[in-house]
Design a protein around this ligand. Structure first.
Ligand code: HSE
Length: 305
């Protein structure tokens, strides 16, 4: 009898102007400990129980079943899944992507589907609709990708990311992605779109060239979404000022918010203590890039004679 554990990292999408197409995996995780059972059950941490159902309606199971059906299976073997969750729900750190990627991997393991990372990425994009969180959750590091009418193209890189600290400043309230997307304009003037595309291009080139100072400046230059979303995040300007004064190279709304991320190339405990004190209304967590994406650890039970 085999038990296994799936670990999926949190992700931060957009990085400023890389709207819907750039994301990074970070060192916070959802863990699914899976063992065979007579019926399906998800043991969910108490604080998440109002949002994550214990039964088959939850997103992990629904995604696993969808993945199974896409590959010609009608059902999944009943499993007891114990969830450990360090990724706060509806805060802009990719919690729904952890469920989607976790569900795909669950089906992959239970049915021995032998999916490639690209297979997983495509299924995840069909479900999420945009690739910027699910991509890094699968591959780790930074993922630059585009999903357009079923066509999925990407560039993935991890070089130099070990040198950086991504400071997550997490408000203590939920913000639904649909609400934050609902504030965005339907159209942009052509010239504005060209400028936004230009700053996104420079962002990506700077990240790939490890020019962190330039990448940080581009994060702050976003005009695709942040000007519209800032109003939903009380304290945005104060957090930007505090982190910039502390030496942050870049600052942006993580995904649809409300978490804000500040990029540092120099970091120490004194800086961490000072910022935690200054930003006491928020959960302040220094994170690193997670370079490998979703992982599976198998555990075979010893046979008793
Ligand atoms: N790119 C997405 C957004 C991420 O900003 O709305 C959240 O799903």
């Amino acid at each position: 009898m085999t038990r296994f554990q799936i670990q999926v990292p949190a992700t931060s999408a957009n990085l400023g102007p890389g709207f819907d197409s750039v994301g990074i995996a970070l060192t916070k995780f959802v863990t699914l400990d899976c063992r065979p059972a007579d019926e399906w059950h998800f043991a969910v941490p108490e604080e998440d129980q109002p949002y994550i159902p214990a039964g088959k309606t939850n997103l992990v199971y629904q995604t696993a079943l969808h993945t199974a059906k896409v590959h010609g299976h009608d059902s999944l073997p009943p499993t007891h899944v114990t969830m450990t969750n360090d990724v706060p729900i509806a805060r802009g750190l990719g919690s729904s992507s952890t469920a989607v990627v976790g569900g795909i991997e669950l089906a992959n393991q239970l049915l021995d589907l032998r999916l490639s990372d690209y297979d997983k990425f495509k299924i995840a994009c069909e479900i999420e609709g945009h690739p910027d969180n699910v991509g890094p959750a699968i591959y780790g590091g930074i993922m630059v990708s585009n999903y357009d009418n079923g066509a999925l193209d990407y560039v993935h890189f991890t070089d130099g990311l070990d040198d950086l600290t991504w400071l997550a400043v997490i408000p203590n309230y939920h913000l639904k992605t649909e609400k934050a997307r609902g504030l965005l304009p339907v159209e942009l003037p052509y010239k504005e779109a060209v400028n936004n595309s230009g700053s996104a291009n420079v962002l990506v080139a700077a990240l790939a060239m490890k020019n962190w100072e330039l990448a940080g400046r581009m994060m702050k230059s976003d005009r695709w979404h942040q000007p519209y979303r800032q109003a939903l995040i009380p304290g945005f300007t104060d957090v930007e000022k505090a982190t910039t004064d502390a030496g942050a190279l870049g600052f942006y709304i993580s995904g649809a918010g409300p978490t804000m991320l500040a990029l540092f190339d120099e970091w120490d405990e004194a800086k961490a203590a000072r910022l935690k004190q200054e930003l006491a209304d928020f959960q302040v967590e220094p994170l690193q890039a997670h370079l490998t994406g979703v992982t599976v650890h198998k555990q075979t039970e010893a046979k008793h004679c």
